[in-house]
Design a protein around this ligand. Structure first.
Ligand code: IPM
Ligand code: MG
Length: 562
């Protein structure tokens, strides 16, 4: 009848480890039941002949207070207790009882004391608790009624926990959902409506077609084996488009781009552009897609793959266990600022101008993306600028990111770094970074630099995301960050993993299939740790495999994991 019986007294913390549910009975009330020499303590109530096989416990106020360990209920149950009667309970202990088949009964203090006195005085302390009628029958035959939450009571009577109770309502829940879906379809996420997503492959120049052929194989595997609901479409992009259509971007291709749920992009860039009339190639079509689809949020994850440590120029201990996310602003800054141009000077020579320009809104939306990502990662953001010299754009960048953090992300740890220092820190101590947010040009440079942390530029994926539209969708383009590598194009030796991992990002960000994305990333890791190496990541003495064989190696791992 003591008050404040703590869960630590019910089951001591040192017994939680090494003993499973079902094995905890011997340790229930251990400190009270046994003397130090291990013999039973005859003073303790549950050791007395009168109460030895007790199935009910009468206790004082606040039974089961203290740590929330579920083991407290388990050990009591293992010991043989089925029901506890007390004026009040530790809150979590009380609900743990119902979840674990134990009946806790709350009765006023004086009633509990009366019951205790009556039981103590009885010759045969035989008590019955009937949960159906909610009545306690005392040795004298006297009945005491109690009440229990009706749903908890039903669950206990049927031996079900909360999940079990919910599952009983499965048919009703499904019925409700389908009626609800019909009456207001717009509140449901798009992927739930079994819509077929449109993925557009733009393989582009150089090694693009070779590596995107492997991405297609992987995507087709997910369609066949994982019921991925997508339609793969393909359009020519770059030099091949020029050669076939006499146009770098025919209207049909642009319409496909705008209509796609996601674009799987290969690469752009080739010496052959020189042969195209200057007017026709004036607009870079990749930059046009970024700008017109408003793909402002460029995510470039960089993580070390243990098996690839040797292919980096950095020492293994410097790059071990790195996992960072470069968040690059992709629609502003000097890439798109006006005025820009070259003009002849009367005095001879030329004058060339590019303009770096940012607005508060542009900075805020990319900083938000970085802070939101940090919330599901380590909670740290490093913002990179050059505000000591570019006091205008750099200053606005720093002020805006800081103000946003002050106002809306107090839980995030924000630091600021100058871009020159950041470049050095990336190769000196890359582990210090988690989420790195920066403007367009700095992001371009820093991400190539950070590639050495992963071992090879060929390994790095990227996602470029637009703002979320009212219908829940957003434009998105996924591309490896390496370029078109014209020097090795057509030889079948390029590394397709950056592109394949970009498809993993597509699964995650455009198709909402995080588990499938994880599956693909695991398959890539496995292929590498089983020794698959393209020429860019091969070590002296190792055998390198072709682009196609690398795609096959990933497929084989996917099959294996099924
Ligand atoms: C990148 C590339 C592009 C860029 C080129 C191909 C326009 O280097 O995505 O990093 O400068 O943004
Ligand atoms: Mg670049």
């Amino acid at each position: 009848m003591r008050i404040n019986i703590d869960t630590e007294v019910v089951i001591p913390i040192n017994r939680l480890i090494g003993h499973k549910r079902g094995e905890l009975g011997p340790y229930c009330f251990e400190a009270w039941r046994y003397a130090l020499d291990g013999r039973e303590n005859p003073e303790f109530v549950l050791n007395q002949p009168h109460y030895r096989e007790a199935k009910f416990l009468l206790a004082g106020d606040n039974f089961g207070c203290g740590s929330s360990r579920e083991h407290a209920v388990w050990s009591l149950a293992d010991f043989g207790i089925r029901c506890i009667i007390a004026p009040s309970f530790g809150d979590i202990f009380y609900w743990n009882c119902f979840q674990n088949g134990m009946l806790p009964i709350r009765l006023p203090d004086d009633q509990v004391k009366e019951l205790a006195a009556e039981i103590e005085a009885a010759e045969q302390p035989l008590v019955t608790v009937d949960l159906e009628t909610q009545a306690i029958t005392m040795p004298s035959g006297r009945q005491v009624t109690f009440t229990t939450d009706p749903e908890r009571r039903a669950a206990l009577l049927e031996g079900l926990d909360e999940i079990g109770m919910t599952l009983k309502l499965d048919a009703q829940i499904r019925g409700h959902q389908s009626r609800d879906r019909e009456s207001r379809p717009w509140i449901y996420r798009r992927e739930e409506t079994a819509r077929v997503a449109r993925l557009l492959i733009l393989a582009g120049d150089g090694i693009g077609p070779e590596i995107l052929a492997e991405v297609r194989k992987v995507a087709e595997w997910f369609i066949a084996k994982r019921q991925l609901s997508v339609e793969l479409r393909e359009e020519l992009f770059g030099i091949s488009a020029w050669k076939t259509h006499g146009d770098l971007m025919r209207q049909q291709t642009w319409d496909e781009i705008v209509a796609a749920d996601a674009i799987l992009f290969g690469a752009t860039g080739s010496p052959e552009y020189e042969k195209i009339p200057a007017a026709a190639r004036k607009v870079d079509q990749l930059l046009r897609m970024r700008k017109e689809l408003d793909l402002f949020c460029n995510l470039r994850p960089v993580r070390t793959l243990p098996a690839l440590g040797a292919s980096s120029s950095l020492r293994p201990e410097v790059i071990a266990d790195c996992d960072m996310m470069i968040v690059r602003e992709l629609c502003g800054g000097i890439y798109f600022g006006k005025p820009r141009g070259r003009e002849k000077l009367n005095t001879g020579g030329e004058r060339a101008v590019n303009t770096c320009m940012y607005t508060t809104g542009e900075i805020e939306r990319i900083a938000r993306a970085a802070f939101d990502l940090a919330r599901v990662r380590s909670g740290r953001v490093c913002s990179v600028d050059k505000s000591n010299v570019l006091t205008e754009t750099g200053g606005l960048w720093r002020d805006t990111v800081q103000a946003l953090q002050d106002r809306h992300y107090p839980d995030i740890e924000l630091s600021h770094m100058y871009v020159d220092n950041c470049t050095m820190q990336l190769v000196r101590a890359p582990k210090q970074f988690d989420v790195l947010v920066t403007e367009n040009l700095f992001g371009d440079i820093l991400s190539d630099c950070a590639a050495m942390v992963a071992g090879s530029l060929g390994m790095l994926p990227s996602a470029s995301l637009g703002p979320v539209r009212p219908d829940g969708g957003r434009h998105a383009l996924y591309e490896p960050i390496h370029g078109s590598a014209p020097d090795i194009a057509g030889r079948g030796i390029a590394n397709p993993l950056g592109a394949i991992m970009s498809f993993a990002l597509c699964l995650r960000f455009s198709l909402g299939l995080a588990q499938e994305a994880d599956r693909l990333e695991r398959a890539v890791d496995a292929a590498i740790s089983h020794g698959a190496r393209t020429a860019d990541i091969v070590q002296p003495g190792e055998k390198s495999i072709s682009t196609k064989a690398m795609g096959d190696a990933v497929l084989a791992e996917l099959e294996q994991m099924q």
